[in-house]
Design a protein around this ligand. Structure first.
Ligand SMILES: Nc1nc2c(ncn2[C@@H]2O[C@H](COP(=O)(O)OP(=O)(O)OP(=O)(O)O)[C@@H](O)[C@H]2O)c(=O)[nH]1
Ligand SMILES: [Mg+2]
Length: 151
């Protein structure tokens, strides 16, 4: 899907792919993260294994992903606090250790979902204006390294 967000008068255009997390689709993942400006790796705060898998995905992105990819760790299902097994502190510590952005989100309530995208834009340096004068920034996508920034 695509999404446009305006921050401080600059329009950022996202092209967003949702990759399947299951092991059987793992080999397809590089097609999604190649040339990406950012990756949001989502785990479930009520599922310890999902957090452990997050760490493996980050390792893969660091080894095989674009050099300056912005990494976001999102602890989803924040609405299920009573079922939490992954502590916020531990996840934040991990995100800090990889210089990533950390948030806890809820796809159910919408909590902090917008902040994930705002956080990504804040980390991307706008590129010099190009010739098309449309004041839009391309974020991520299959476009290749030179699009790794906003614009
Ligand atoms: N309470 C709650 N349930 C959620 C939330 N996000 C997803 N779910 C539920 O969790 C289940 C799995 O959600 P999916 O969106 O299929 O998870 P996924 O990570 O995309 O799964 P794959 O595509 O198979 O990797 C569904 O039943 C969702 O309704 C959330 O923030 N809160
Ligand atoms: Mg899915």
């Amino acid at each position: 899907m695509s999404k446009v967000e305006v921050i401080d008068g600059v329009a950022y255009k996202y092209q967003i792919w949702d990759t399947a997390g299951q092991e059987k689709y793992h080999s397809l993942a590089p097609m999604y993260y190649r040339g990406a400006a950012a990756a949001i790796v989502v785990y479930d705060i009520t599922n310890q294994l999902s957090f452990e898998k997050t760490q493996r995905w980050i390792e893969e992105l660091q080894r095989h992903g674009p050099e300056n990819i912005v990494l976001v760790i999102a602890g989803n299902k924040a609405d299920l606090e009573d079922k939490r097994v992954v502590s916020k502190e531990k996840a934040k510590e991990f995100a800090d250790s990889i210089n990533g952005i950390f948030l806890e989100t809820s796809a159910k309530t919408g909590q902090s979902v917008g902040d994930a995208f705002k956080g990504i834009c804040a980390r991307l340096k706008p590129l010099a204006d190009d010739d098309d004068d449309d004041d839009e920034a391309d974020v991520g996508g299959t476009g290749g390294q030179k699009k790794n920034g906003c614009c």
